[in-house]
Design a protein around this ligand. Structure first.
Ligand SMILES: [Ca+2]
Ligand SMILES: [Ca+2]
Ligand SMILES: [Ca+2]
Length: 340
């Protein structure tokens, strides 16, 4: 029994020995790893689509962390694009800024700790016009550890020209291999970036019309506007003759994110809706910058509303029944003209 017990103890010792060795190996891996595994955090542009208005400003943000107290930190961020030999297909770097962001809200905060940047803009001949290379780096080693954000503020346009509308103006294509993020503390690491798709647009998002009742549309919209002064719902006859309009938003500051919302828009003439259209316009609503959505009250749409009225009828109070009856007669009157 005693012998057996001592064997057990020896076995246990041996097992803890192995565990210790294992722990030592693991911790060695860990000690070696942080500089390479923890430095780079993320970007908002590598492999991403960025939408911007013509002449609008967008930010390329790189986030990383220095965590080796005995080594000052270094960074260099290089972005590359081409201009198709046109000022209106080029970007302009406006400025850069770098700061500690230890609370990770991507903002410099009320008493920011700025880091000194050096920038360089180089150009040469590329495959589609000039190739532009922009480099931002720190000048001397950063003594403090922590989370750092480096931002490059760019404008969609150059030489006083706004960038043309486009689905894809690439930044950092894979063949432009020198587009990298380099970070160094005890070791120097190079990260290659995925292509960034810059879309230059008037607006982005979506808007959907529904018939609320014969006299009003319901409009769901989740939009970002980069241009324009007014959002207008315009009403037309089935033959596309203008009837009336309702300005639903104005006096907004661009770029503007329309809070996703459902909104009922009544025909201002109090008559049945035949065609409706959501336009982004200048101050004069006749100057259409872009038509965002269109809607036709077809026979199918009218039928849907008839079914709706039938459902509401049994529960409606007398004044509502009067209104529903009037609407029903209105649908009857509009039906022959509605396209199927
Ligand atoms: Ca350090
Ligand atoms: Ca912050
Ligand atoms: Ca950040």
């Amino acid at each position: 029994m005693g012998e057996y017990w001592s064997e057990m103890v020896d076995g246990f010792k041996c097992a803890s020995c192995i565990l210790l060795i294992f722990a030592a190996v693991v911790s060695m891996v860990f000690v070696c790893a942080p500089a390479s595994a923890l430095d780079f955090i993320s970007t908002n542009y590598s492999g991403q689509v960025i939408e911007v208005g013509q002449g609008g400003i967008f930010v390329l943000r790189t986030e990383f962390m220095f965590d080796e107290p005995d080594f000052p930190g270094y960074y260099a961020i290089t972005v590359v694009w081409e201009d198709n030999n046109r000022a209106d297909e080029n970007f302009t770097v406006l400025y850069t800024r770098a700061f500690f962001d230890n609370d990770n809200d991507n903002l410099p905060g009320p008493s920011p700790v700025w880091l000194e940047n050096a920038t360089k803009l180089l150009s040469g001949s590329g495959t589609a016009g000039n190739s532009w290379t922009f480099l931002v780096s720190n000048t001397t080693g950063i003594p403090d550890d922590g989370y750092i954000d480096v931002e490059i503020y760019m404008q969609a346009g150059s030489m006083g020209f706004s960038h043309i509308l486009t689905d894809n103006h690439p930044i950092n294509k894979p063949e432009w291999w020198w587009a990298t993020i380099e970070l160094a503390e005890p070791t120097l690491l190079t990260y290659h970036l995925e292509v960034t798709t810059i879309r230059v647009v008037i607006w982005s998002g979506s808007a959907t019309f529904r018939l609320e009742n014969l006299y009003a549309v319901n409009l769901y919209k989740d939009l970002r506007l980069y241009d324009g002064k007014k959002l207008v719902v315009k009403f037309y006859t089935y033959d596309n003759l203008f009837e009336n309009e309702s300005v639903i938003h104005e006096n907004f500051t661009l770029p503007w994110r329309v809070v996703p919302e459902n909104e009922n828009v009544a025909h201002p003439s109090g008559i049945g809706v035949k065609r409706a259209r959501l336009d982004l316009t200048s101050d004069n609503t006749e100057n259409v910058i872009s038509t965002i959505a269109t809607f036709v009250v077809t026979k199918d749409v009218l039928w849907g509303r008839l079914v709706g009225i039938r459902g509401e009828w049994p529960y409606a109070d007398p004044p509502t029944r009067d209104a529903l009856w009037k609407e029903l007669m209105g649908i009857r009157g509009q039906w022959p003209y509605a396209p199927s």
